[in-house]
Each structure stands twice: as C-alpha cells, then as structure tokens.
Write a protein of this length. Structure first.
Length: 146
C-alpha cells in the first residue's frame, strides 16, 4: 500500500484549528471536529488528529495577531459566568423535575399494582359466575316425561 505524504497548507492548518476550537467552544468532541475537517480537506480523521496534537502549540489560533483587548476578555468572562449560572439553574430545575417525575412514576406503579390485583379478582369472579351459569343451565334442564 502506497502512503501519501503531502504537506499541510496553511489554509488547511487554520481550518483544522478553527473547526476544532469551534467544536470545543460548543462542548462537542474533538473526534467529531476531526471527522468534519477530514471530509473538507480530503484527509483521514486520524491524520487530522495527529497533526492537531503534534502541532497545536504552533497552530494555536491565539498565536494569530488579534484585536482582543482587556474589555473583550472581561466581557467574555462575564458572559461565561452568566452562562455557567444559567446552566446551574437549569440543572437545578431539571433535578427537581426528575424528582417529581420519579414520584409520579412511583404513584403510577402503585396504581397499576392495585388495578392488576382488582383485575385478577374480577377474573376470578367472572369464572365463578360462569360456573354458576353452567350449573344453573344443567339443573334447569330436567328431562320431561310424556
């Protein structure tokens, strides 16, 4: 099998870093990012992963010249803090909802159990009634003498 060893273009490296960073910012896996990049630049996900980890310090997006200032950093950190608080509040709400749903589930299981027991008793009663009907029919059919 012939291996194809071609160099990385700067545009491919930047695309790799941007997509990986984008996935990380969204809380998605790097593996998925490598798969997306590989499809765009016609390389395997493993090649993208290897290149990323081998060169991530050199390729770091933050190594590009940027116009980020202290105000931008403060805004970013405040935004992250707000998002963190929102996530914590949402987590608390979801835990409460889960607890309430577990209580409802417990009540439904109890009700199901009671209804199943009632159904069992009703089936027994129906069986007794059918036996009584059969007995009644048998006793009412007396032979007639002419």
């Amino acid at each position: 099998m012939k291996s194809s060893k071609r160099g990385w273009k700067e545009s491919e490296e930047m695309l790799l870093m941007e997509i990986v960073q984008s996935y990380m910012d969204k809380g998605l896996s790097k593996k998925a990012a490598f798969e997306e990049v590989s499809a765009k630049i016609n390389r395997t996900p493993a090649t993208c992963s290897h290149h990323y980890y081998a060169n991530r310090n050199k390729l770091s997006i933050s190594s590009k010249p940027s116009d980020i200032n202290l105000e931008d950093c403060i805004h970013f950190l405040n935004d992250r803090t707000r998002k963190q608080k929102t996530l914590l509040e949402e987590n608390k709400i979801l835990k409460k909802e889960k607890h309430e749903l577990l209580l409802v589930q417990k009540r439904l299981k109890e009700r199901y159990s009671k209804l199943s027991e009632q159904q069992k008793k009703l089936r027994q009663l129906m069986s007794i009634i059918k036996e009584a009907e059969n007995y009644s029919e048998c006793t009412s059919k007396k032979p007639t003498i002419h």
